[in-house]
Write a protein that binds this ligand. Structure first.
Ligand SMILES: [Zn+2]
Length: 78
């Protein structure tokens, strides 16, 4: 590891990617926990913005989402 000058940049990039991944996992974990909380409340599967049911296809692809397709990019302040 790090024998060649060019390796350093790769290692830095790998570290950054790893940190990004950890970040994503933490965010994902929070979303899943929120989804489980909604499951408890009985509001799982409905859009937190407009209250309509999130379609099954979307839920299957991303089970932790709490918004419908239309509000996918709306930041949720819960
Ligand atoms: Zn919506």
């Amino acid at each position: 590891m790090g024998q060649h000058p060019g390796d350093y940049g790769t290692e830095v990039a790998n570290t950054m990617e790893a940190e990004l991944l950890v970040d994503t996992v933490a965010v994902q974990r929070r979303r899943i926990e929120a989804a489980l909380a909604r499951l408890d409340e009985g509001t799982y599967g409905t859009c937190s913005v407009c209250g309509t049911e999130i379609d099954d296809e979307r839920l299957e692809a991303r089970p932790e989402v709490d918004t419908c397709r239309e509000h996918a990019d709306t930041p949720v302040t819960a």
